[in-house]
Write a protein that binds this ligand. Structure first.
Ligand code: NAD
Length: 367
């Protein structure tokens, strides 16, 4: 390590990252996180809206700016790409980046329909890039601890069989007074494409997107905790007329898994996931998403004569899921290891959300 590297703590072979999109997630979360990593260098920024592009590039000291993602992809120095854009736009951006052969970090949801998801997977195959979908909960230190505990209980049989799983997601204040500055644009918001499922009536497009973009976190997390992979199906759907609030029952690798989707006026973030065994449970509870360094809190209950209620703490005790996912992206790109939330796995979530809405609308007699 050179003297300069020792002074800056920077790695000489930093991964040269280009970022696409300068919205809220970019400015408040991902750019600060990637900029803080010693083995990552932000070399290029693309944004359709010039005013926020210039302000953001200045704030983060990003040397090169581009008017759109095509121009950024033509920059030979860009080794990998991270992106966040509207729900229907970002899958299109990811597909183009993968076709250009780049490793890609993208915000969820990966796609809003199965055909769009399949195009993205096909782009991985044809272009040679690799996609990580930013389901940050999979990288949360508390979630990883809970997942490992569930795996261990299943292997040992100590708590008996898994009997039930429950994901409660009533939301609240996810921003938690995050005070990272953000430049607003005076320019018009760009039009987004509309790669909706072809069977979805126009009046349900917006509610479908709202439901998908929020509770995809809970469904993705349930599948992760249960190691269910693609062994996932929709058993029952009961939503209110808004198409968001209600109860959905999934079958995840043989386990009944209930998703409670709702809203509550709450200063915190009302979300937990609980996996029941015959003789206990593992439960993980979320802090507001934007709260720095507050991993999920884990609770393990064991029944029987030696009964106990434990709250094991992850190592390190304080860490932020969004920062850990950025670290994991850089690490896996460099090592070649698979991402914990890759494109092929995420296809299952996209499929499930199409199936949930299709079943619900069929039951209502609207399809
Ligand atoms: N993981 C989480 O907890 C979480 C939380 C909130 C939002 N999100 C996801 O993050 C995504 C982004 O949300 P946001 O609020 O930051 O979006 P945003 O609308 O604020 O920003 C998107 C930006 O992308 C730009 N853009 C669009 N097309 C472009 C192109 N071709 N080239 C360059 N720039 C382009 C737009 O001009 C816009 O400024 C959403 O899809 C959402 O689902 C995730």
């Amino acid at each position: 390590m050179s003297t300069k590297q020792k002074e800056t703590g920077r790695d000489a072979k930093r991964l040269k990252l280009g970022y696409i999109g300068c919205g809220l997630m970019a400015q408040k979360i991902h750019l600060p996180n990637f900029a803080s990593l010693p083995d990552c260098e932000l070399v290029a920024l693309a944004e359709l809206r010039r005013d926020i592009r210039e302000a953001t590039a200045r704030r983060f000291g990003i040397p090169r700016q581009y008017p759109d993602h095509h121009a950024l992809l033509a920059d030979p120095e860009v080794e990998a790409v991270a992106l966040s854009a509207s729900w229907t736009q970002q899958g299109e951006l990811a597909r183009d980046c993968l076709l250009a052969g780049k490793p890609v970090f993208m915000e969820k949801p990966m796609a809003v329909s199965v055909p769009q998801a399949q195009e993205i997977i096909e782009a991985e195959r044809r272009g040679g890039g690799r996609l990580m979908v930013a389901y940050m909960k999979r990288y949360d230190a508390g979630v990883v601890l809970a997942r490992d505990a569930i795996r261990a209980f299943r292997a040992s049989g100590e708590l008996g069989n898994v009997t039930y799983a429950r994901a409660h997601g009533f939301c609240g204040d996810w921003l938690a007074a995050l005070d990272v500055p953000m430049s607003q644009s005076a320019e018009a918001y760009p039009a987004s494409p509309e790669p909706y499922p072809v069977w979805l009536p126009a009046k349900w497009q917006r509610p479908y997107l709202e439901y998908l973009q929020q509770w995809t976190h809970n469904v993705n997390l349930l599948r992760f905790l249960l190691d269910a992979g693609d062994k996932a199906r929709v058993r029952y759907v009961d939503l209110d007329d808004d198409g968001e609030v209600g109860v959905t029952v999934l079958g995840l690798d043989g386990v009944r898994a209930v998703v409670e989707s709702g809203h509550v006026a709450h200063h915190g973030w009302d979300m937990f996931t609980q996996v029941y065994f015959q003789k206990g449970w593992v439960k993980t509870t979320s802090a507001p998403l934007m709260l720095h360094n507050a991993p999920e809190q884990v609770e393990i209950y064991r029944a029987g004569p030696q009964r106990s209620l434990q709250q094991p703490l992850p190592e390190p005790a304080w860490s932020w899921s969004y920062k850990r996912e950025a670290e994991e992206f850089i690490r896996c790109v460099r090592s070649g290891e698979a991402f914990a939330s890759g494109a092929a796995d995420t296809l299952t979530d996209v499929r499930l959300f199409e199936e949930i809405y299709r079943k619900w609308l069929t039951d209502r007699g609207e399809l």
